[in-house]
Design a protein around this ligand. Structure first.
Ligand code: UFG
Length: 333
């Protein structure tokens, strides 16, 4: 039995499907503060999943989670993840992300669960000193969100040294796309990410897409990011889990494709896939956006054998199909 915290969220829900496809039984733990009950319903229709509604900061909820069938590992997604909000409400981020994870780790020790795959982020690196970014790049986050994730990485090292808890930390770059069968997809409220925001603008009532910053020193003036497909990303979690099951030591890996796309290139891919001419409102730079973020992902390729299989157009295409589903779900609400 594998516990997935944050399984009602974007990346967690795709990981639940990947675990199910790999033959694992899954228990989802989520407080539904940013995840959606509808996502749990959709997952339950196609996968063997149990759902425990609860909060990482409530020890009794964690006891309910770990009592019963023996849990062999945890995949931990549950966290707040909005960079801007993390700067204005740091207490919320430290309490939920850091304190919540401490509670989770302590309960894992109490119940004899010795493995965890953790959802970390490229935001732990901060302003890039060089690109592509490998795992040796200094970790100097420039926002509270990144700091919470780095603190947790450090806590996990200490918990390995002192208690033998093994972890794999996956530092994601920019995640995009949706389940190819349309069962789940990206659903944030408010949505801040590039691909869904471009796509949402093509639906009736959608806000005109705002392009933040066109004067960067990049090939077309807009920011470069490394977009990784969410199903490829979910597959990496299965590989990380199997690595730990086979006795692997505590590790950390970048997850990206090694290829960068500009905001304008993503925009063009969206126009191509939707077949629509999309309106754009060019705005000043968004605070805190580094100009280029590209992963050197050779470590994960060499150690776990993970190779991304889907390109940006495939991610945009599945994201568009999902967005249509989401829009009709929201209309019925
Ligand atoms: N962008 C727009 N308009 C939008 C949304 C985004 O122009 O409506 C631009 C941003 O300015 C940026 C690029 O698109 O240049 C990508 O922005 P996203 O918000 O999609 O992604 P970020 O690179 O800001 O954030 C991602 C993850 C974070 C993580 C961060 C690490 O989503 O969780 O990478 O830097 F912290």
């Amino acid at each position: 039995m594998i516990v997935v915290t944050g399984g009602a969220g974007y990346i967690g829900s795709h990981c639940v499907l990947a675990l199910h496809n790999s033959g694992y039984k899954v228990k989802i733990f989520d407080n539904l503060s940013t995840g959606h009950a509808e996502t749990i319903d959709r997952l339950s229709k196609c996968a063997d999943v149990e759902f425990v509604k609860g909060d990482l900061n409530n020890p009794e909820d964690l006891d309910r989670l770990f009592s019963g069938e023996k849990v062999s590992a945890v995949i931990h997604f549950a966290a707040f993840s909005q960079v801007g909000e993390s700067m204005t409400e740091p207490a919320k981020y430290y309490r939920n992300n850091v304190c919540g994870t401490l509670n989770l780790l302590d309960k894992m020790l109490q119940y004899g669960v010795g493995r965890i795959v953790f959802s970390s982020t490229a935001a732990t690196y901060g302003e890039p000193e060089y690109t592509p970014i490998d795992e040796k790049h200094p970790q100097r986050p420039i926002n509270t969100y990144g700091r919470t994730k780095l603190m947790i990485e450090n806590i996990m090292d200490d918990y390995d040294h002192a208690y033998g808890l093994k972890s794999v930390r996956l530092r994601y770059f920019n995640v995009a796309g949706a389940d190819s069968d349309g069962r789940v997809g990206e659903w944030h409220d408010p949505e801040t990410h590039l691909v869904p925001n471009i796509l949402k603008s093509t639906f009736t009532g959608g806000k005109t897409f705002q392009m933040f910053g066109t004067d960067y020193e990049t090939r077309d003036g807009t920011c470069v990011r490394d977009y990784i497909n969410v199903e490829d990303l979910a597959r990496a979690h299965i590989l990380a889990l199997k690595y730990l099951e086979n006795g692997g030591k505590t590790e950390y890996f970048n997850l990206g494709t090694g290829e960068g796309s500009t905001v304008r290139e993503v925009f063009s891919a969206c126009e191509k896939i939707t077949g629509k001419s999309i309106a754009v409102d060019e705005k000043p730079r968004r605070a805190g956006d580094p100009s280029v973020l590209i992963a050197d992902a050779s470590k994960v390729r060499n150690t776990l054998g993970w190779i991304p299989q889907k390109d940006l157009e495939q991610s945009v295409s599945s994201a568009y199909s999902w967005e249509k589903t989401l829009q009709s779900m929201l209309q019925k609400k």
